[in-house]
Design a binder for this molecule. Sequence first.
Ligand SMILES: *Cc1c(COP(=O)(O)O)cnc(C)c1O
Length: 404
Amino acid sequence: MNISPLADPRDTPAPHRTLRDELRDTEWRLRRALEPHPDYPFNLPFSPGASSGTALVPDINLGNPHAALPGGADFAELERQALHWLMRLWGCEDTADYWGTTCASGTEGNLLGLYLGREALPEAVLLHSAEAHGSIPGAARIQRIPARQVRSTAEGAIDLGDLAETLAGLGGRPVVLALTCGTGAAGAHDDIAGAIAVLEAAGHGPDRRFIHVDAARSGMVLPFLTDGPASIRPGFHLAIDSLSLSGQKAMGTPMPCGVLVCRRTHARRIIRPATDQRAGDTALMGSRNGPAVLAIWTRLFGRGYGAFAEEARRCTHRAQALARQLRGAGAHQVLCNPHSLTVVFPRPDDGIVRTYQLACSGGMARAVVMPSVTEAMLDCFVSDYAAWAARSGGRNDAAMTQPL
Ligand SMILES: *Cc1c(COP(=O)(O)O)cnc(C)c1O
């Protein structure tokens, strides 16, 4: 297959020979680039080791991936290819109109997204739902962006009625709205199109709002479910401004990392003067994790669109089936949001919680049907849960009183 930066992610996966060739060429280029290297304070104590299918020399990515110098000791070319793949997945029609970078994690993606929003609208108030990840209000505190919390529905998505009321109380101040695609507690997806309609109705057109979508969890799930509603699918087919992802979740990189993509006009606002390394630096961090770039690239191009799409369909169907099985086993109050991998149910006894390492909050527990969760494990879990529910009537009243 064609592994040019503009390769459509829907292309079939690369034959392994092509992938290996690309990795081997990259490794040789890195070795050559690092040999005579008096210009950067690398310490090179490691001998090359196997990682992500290739021998690695220590590597960092510096500066703006889109302005990297050819032949540098970095993975900037692979980073650009991975970013283009994801831009296509996330509905960027002309990828030249967008900018992206790999990040240390989904948290850095949120920090950078809100920074872009603050620079676009310095007077803005940040709005986020009660179910937003802690890194959203955290990023607001770090950057001293005034923040207001909007209520969530019982299913965990942003409450659009409360969003309208909150906007009405802002006296016309511009807003940075942080939406979540896949919340931690309930795997809920904020209605992105619905939120945009609420903003428009309140007079917050594109010049009075900035929308960041935290798609740490579902940014590599929902875009593959083409039968799902476009209103919750994270991407630039909707009038959003930036979108971030965690690499170690559905994408499956072996180390924490992330990706942020935004409209290029926003990246231009944060460009810093040229450093000694790169022209026009835009990255938040100085050095970025080169092996993480390689891992992202290998996951995307090694597996291809079809494998991710199959996995997204299988896991979302399996999560719905798990919810049905738990209801059938006598659990009260089971929640599995549409197109979600997360199932929430009454917390069973501590033995089951420990065995299956269930995340709990008060009287409820949560399972996330990731691709690595096997059918055999789910069968065992359902059978243990059914035995507990038969003993207890499907309620854990003691757990309801425990602190969160
Ligand atoms: C995991 C997660 C994050 C943070 O991502 P890290 O990669 O752990 O920094 C942000 N938002 C949501 C919704 C998450 O699930």
